[in-house]
Design a protein around this ligand. Sequence first.
Ligand SMILES: [Fe+2]
Ligand SMILES: [Fe+2]
Length: 264
Amino acid sequence: MHILFIGDIFGRPGRTIVRERLNELVKQHNIDLVIANGENAAAGFGITPALAEEFFELGIEVITTGNHIWDKREIIDYFQSANGNPYSPARRLLRPANYPAGMPGQGYYEGKTRAGVPYAVINLQGRVFMTSNDDPFRVADQLLQQIKAKVILVDIHAEATSEKISMGWYLDGRVSVVLGTHTHIPTADEHILPNGTAYITDVGMTGPYDSVIGVKKELVINRFLTNMPARFEAASGEVKLCAVVIDCDQATGKASSIQRVMLK
Ligand SMILES: [Fe+2]
Ligand SMILES: [Fe+2]
């Protein structure tokens, strides 16, 4: 089966290119399952319930996130609206699984594709140069003990390349794909690990690249020059859609290929 994972969708430019190009990508690559990181969907900072539902309507089955998940406070009520109902669309929006116990939302999802193939998505966040959360490695171990699906996708939302690569090796043979998000710059290291797990350090951002990781570049440069607080605004130019297509065996979950996609 073919899985499309779209990297951090940033603001209106990111949402627009996804809306315009997703159908063509799905057809071209014969995609069975679409997953996206949506932590920057709302002008770069967080995601609103309306934007999450817009993604679901476009055919994105599960939305992963990361450190920006709480930027829009209404997302807390949205998470709570699922209220234990596994069929609530809100259940398909994830926050990292290794956040402190008792936080709103869930960090993994188990479902079936339209063709009836069971799959799972795990969302984790790194700890290097980021807020110290629970250990993402041991949280992955715990989740894998309870997940029944063979096809398993892991989004490791992390700053440090070493932490993401370690997660890839750690989960090799136990999940179908480990992919990195958060740094917003695609890396050229996509490959299949020895035990059948597809891996890439960063899928890259889906949004404006005439920017500093999505934000108007003047504002970020000025922050570096002055250390003064400034309100960050989403940039708009040179929009790209960055994603990967993973081919994996639906019976064993083993991946056979991972391919980078970049649309302008
Ligand atoms: Fe991001
Ligand atoms: Fe992030």
